[in-house]
Design a protein around this ligand. Structure first.
Ligand code: F0G
Length: 458
């Protein structure tokens, strides 16, 4: 008999989590104005709000923290991280930042100006926010297959090369300071980009002399999918694939809170000394001096170790298998989810789940609230709330997909938790006909409204 699958680690420290009653949750979600960001963490039993900064560090990461060098300038922790980035990712220059959006802020300050165009594959919301904040425009060139949750395409994060080239020709290369490729693509469901596509994007970019930067938060999960799904890569190690991926990029921004399995941190990796010099000025203003830029020495040590562990096959197999396990259980119950299953999360198709609710009533948010009420599980809306208003017309933007994202923290929950999540969502699915009304906005911020929006039942 073939041995069943088991995690590639054992547990050394635990944290208690508490269940609650439905009455308590009714009260709490009302007080939170139907915005799950406003809940206190102790009001949540299983927290799938994000996989960002919520992972469990390893014994080796914790021990590396004790060796942190907190010198203001020239800390050994900085050099340790610099060497690890060079070794694993191939970038000569690097700037530490406190998290991913800070890396975007610093890099885009150096590269983007008003009126610019930034093509890419479904830019993440902070990326888009930093582009639009500079009065530039993000253009989504993702392949059409990504917007149908039922199509089983192996690389739904891919860029449609025709869309990309048309965008470049329409706006002219002079207006395009960079192309941003998000690996894996969070907004289209944690979907990977193939090496073939990365190579092709590089070719188009070279033709028009435009640099390519990777938004790399989940680069290792992307490499895992390449190994599993792309011909010719089955015998390569994750680290070899990662190296090849970044060989097609001019630079990268990183939210280390994802695939580097730390609770806080980010960085920029660069090949160009010129861009490094420009970005350094902004890093010093916004983040901190070059050799710490928003991070403490101990955190840089944990990050260097996390990069190494996060690019090991056994760890990634455990991780991606757990996400797929949840996906399979939900599919078994008939719950409509994005296929293939994403790397860091399962995305529930709220339009298919609640087909009778109008889009103006925020379907995915309504579903998120229902799942919380059912079992104290906190997911997050990736739909019209997140899509925000058009910066020019101020009209609501309604994206092609209304998704409820169930992001799985790294090395945190067991498959028993996955079972609870699956059954809770099945229970909501079974009573979906009784969900007749959605939510309406009471108050919202001018940009990135989903974090602070206040809602009420329609
Ligand atoms: N890029 C991607 C693809 C992301 O998913 C995120 C964050 C960022 C950039 C920004 O990084 O949070 O460190 O500033 N995503 C989190 C999420 C918040 O829940 O998906 P950050």
């Amino acid at each position: 008999m073939e041995l069943p699958f088991a995690e590639s680690y054992k547990i050394k420290m635990v944290e208690t989590i508490k269940k609650s009653t439905r009455e308590e949750r009714e009260q709490w979600i009302k007080e939170a104005k139907y915005n799950l960001f406003n809940l206190k963490s102790e009001q949540v039993f299983i927290d799938l709000l994000t996989d960002s900064g919520t992972g469990a560090m390893s014994d080796k990461q914790w021990s590396a923290m004790m060796l942190g060098d907190e010198s203001y300038a020239g800390a050994s922790s900085y050099y340790k991280l610099k060497d690890k980035i060079k070794e694993l990712l191939g970038f000569e220059y690097f700037l530490p930042t406190h998290q991913g959006r800070a890396a975007e802020n610093v890099l885009f300050s150096a590269l983007i100006k008003e009126g610019d165009i930034v093509p890419g594959n479904s830019h993440f919301d902070t990326t888009k926010g930093h582009i639009e904040f500079r009065k530039a425009k993000a253009i989504d060139c993702t392949i059409d297959e990504a917007f149908d949750t039922e199509i089983d395409h192996p690389f739904k994060g891919n860029v449609d090369l025709q869309k990309l080239e048309k965008t470049i020709q329409k706006y002219t290369p002079e207006r395009i300071p960079l192309i941003v490729l998000t690996v894996t693509c969070n907004s289209s469901g944690g979907q990977p980009v193939s090496i073939e596509n990365m190579k092709a994007i590089r070719k188009v970019a070279d033709k028009y002399n435009i640099p390519v930067y990777y938004d790399s938060a989940r680069f290792a999960e992307n490499a895992y999918f390449i190994k599993i799904r792309e011909k010719g890569y089955e015998n390569k190690t994750i680290k070899e694939i990662v190296k090849e991926m970044f060989s097609y990029a001019d630079g990268m921004t990183m939210s280390s809170k994802k695939d580097a399995i730390v609770n806080m941190g980010g960085f920029i990796g660069l090949k160009s000394q010129d861009v490094f010099k420009k970005a350094t000025v902004f890093n010093i203003i916004f983040e901190g001096y070059i050799t710490y830029g928003g991070m403490s020495g101990r955190d840089m040590n944990a990050l260097a170790q996390g990069l190494d562990e996060g690019t090991e096959f056994d760890y990634l197999e455990t991780r991606i298998n757990q996400v797929a396990y949840l996906g399979q259980r939900l599919t078994g119950f008939g719950v409509p989810v994005q296929k293939p299953y994403g790397g860091h999360a399962i995305f529930v198709d709220a339009k298919k789940f609640l087909p009778n609710l109008p889009k103006e009533e925020f379907l995915a948010q309504t579903l998120a609230v229902e799942l919380y009420l059912e079992a104290g599980i906190r997911g997050v809306e990736i739909g019209a709330l997140l899509a925000d208003r058009d910066p020019e017309t101020r009209e609501n933007r309604y994206p092609a997909l209304e998704l409820l994202r169930l992001a799985i923290p790294r090395r945190v929950y067991t498959n028993n938790h996955m079972d609870v999540i699956a059954v809770a969502l099945k229970n909501v699915f079974d009573r979906r006909d009784q969900i007749k009304k959605g939510l309406k906005i009471i108050d919202e911020a001018p940009i990135m409204r989903h974090f602070t929006v206040e809602l009420d039942r329609v």
